[in-house]
Design a protein around this ligand. Structure first.
Ligand code: SF4
Length: 82
């Protein structure tokens, strides 16, 4: 399941942000995303499935999110280009 809400038409987009999505159905709970970007990702306590804390993190976290994308063994983390 993708957690990131879709951008609303006409909604202001904060400058210098990136859009992140996670697919909880693909997530296997490995935790690499949290290790790379704990400001953006967390895991459910009961089963370790990813939680998206910030679907629009600031640009300075982009590198950390990119590392999370690469490190995720199940391809559950994505950056959506605007
Ligand atoms: S790295 Fe991928 S598989 Fe592991 S918890 Fe994060 S989203 Fe899930």
């Amino acid at each position: 399941m993708t957690v990131a809400p879709p951008a609303r038409a006409g909604a202001p987009v904060k400058e210098g942000t990136v859009t992140v999505t996670v697919d909880q159905d693909r997530c296997c709970g490995a935790g690499q995303c949290v290790r790379n970007a704990p400001e953006v990702f967390d895991q459910r306590e009961e089963d370790g499935i990813v939680l998206l804390l910030d679907p629009r993190p600031p640009a300075e976290l982009r590198s950390a999110v990119e590392d999370a994308v690469v490190a995720c063994p199940s391809g559950a983390v994505r950056i959506v280009e605007d």
